[in-house]
Write a protein that binds this ligand. Structure first.
Ligand code: SF4
Length: 333
């Protein structure tokens, strides 16, 4: 694929450029790349090397993103490339994030066409996932525009670390996002991810006011599982909207982090704490737990889940079939 000039950068001096796509704001010398490794300064112009370069493509359940309140039980064509603007020591997808994966070119028109055909397999659209979609901005935007014009949905699975201006440009074409909140401590973000919490919080607040948002929090023993921090995080999410689903995900050793996997009891304790503030707190990477969605009014099951076996048993025409309460917070059923 020919290189594509990047959006959101400025020329500085001596042939250097500053990228303004994400809050890393990399100052990039000629012939060098930014932290994400996919945007390179060539003779004073910034180019993206991943436009149309697809490293992974699969039809997944929406629950795998995870999105539990967005077209539950349906599928979504999921696509990713390589590179990341964070450097998380515990990265659960490091082959795509931190190594240069093999790719094949799929242009936006071609991807939109694949998404149209995937409707026959119960797919609602495209999820940009597997690696960080913010750094794929130009391709994601072009494709999301096409998907909108064809009545399909676009989903981001993201770390939420993108500058306000590009986010504002992208968001009208995005229907839902799962945003990773890696910890509720700036120290954790700095130490483990080389990122910052404040910009992620700002973007979560902004996006939750405009599109359907669910959050994921990977609980890592001894790193981000302090009960006070967990409660502060849940209280803050609740201050935005107590209906935002929170997915507490069990950590397993990966990439550069060797701490043992999160104890089952720690997952349950964190869920209990978060439930003091939030209506929907689900447990991920933990087969065997009940992750059903209940009606807020009568407590009856609306959506029954057994891992990716999902049945919408209690919703009809946007209402609970048991008590008639509206279920507007669950999209697509
Ligand atoms: S998108 Fe990449 S090059 Fe641009 S600021 Fe972020 S990490 Fe740096």
């Amino acid at each position: 694929m020919p290189k594509t000039e990047a959006r959101y950068y400025e020329s500085v001096d001596k042939g250097r450029v500053r990228c303004r796509l994400c809050p890393q704001h990399c100052m990039i010398n000629p012939a060098r790349s930014g932290i994400c490794r996919v945007r390179t300064n060539e003779a004073g112009k910034l180019y993206t090397h991943i436009y149309g370069e697809v490293a992974a493509l699969a039809l997944d359940p929406l629950e795998k993103k995870p999105l539990y309140h967005f077209y539950p039980g349906r599928q979504i064509l999921s696509v990713g490339t390589w590179g990341c603007n964070f450097s998380c020591a515990f990265c659960q997808n490091y082959r795509l994030a931190h190594e240069q994966a093999e790719t094949r070119v799929i242009l936006p028109e071609q991807l939109a066409e694949l998404a149209v055909r995937a409707r026959d397999q119960d797919s609602v659209g495209i999820a940009f996932t597997y690696n960080e979609p913010s750094i794929w901005f130009e391709y994601v935007l072009d494709t999301a525009r096409l998907l909108k014009s064809r009545g399909l949905k676009t989903v981001l699975v993201t770390n939420g670390f993108i500058d306000p201006e590009p986010l504002n440009e992208l968001l009208p074409f995005i229907d839902a996002a799962n945003i990773d909140i890696k910890a509720f401590s700036q120290d954790f973000y700095k130490r483990n991810c080389k990122g910052r919490l404040q910009e992620v919080k700002d973007n979560i607040a902004f996006m939750a006011g405009k599109i359907h948002v669910e959050l994921t929090h990977l609980l890592i023993p001894g790193e981000n599982d302090d009960p006070g921090e967990t409660e502060a995080m849940a209280a803050w999410i609740s201050s935005l909207d107590s209906l935002i689903p929170l997915h507490l995900s069990r950590y397993f050793p990966a990439y550069q982090m060797e701490r043992p996997a999160t104890e089952f009891s720690a997952m349950l304790q964190a869920q209990k704490i978060c439930r003091q503030h939030l209506h929907y707190v689900y447990l991920g990477n933990l087969p065997g737990v009940i992750n059903d969605t209940a009606c807020l009014e009568c407590g009856q099951v609306l959506i029954a889940r057994n891992v990716y076996n999902v049945k919408v048993t209690g919703i009809k025409d946007g209402c609970c079939i048991h008590c008639g309460a509206r279920t507007n917070h669950i999209i697509g059923c």
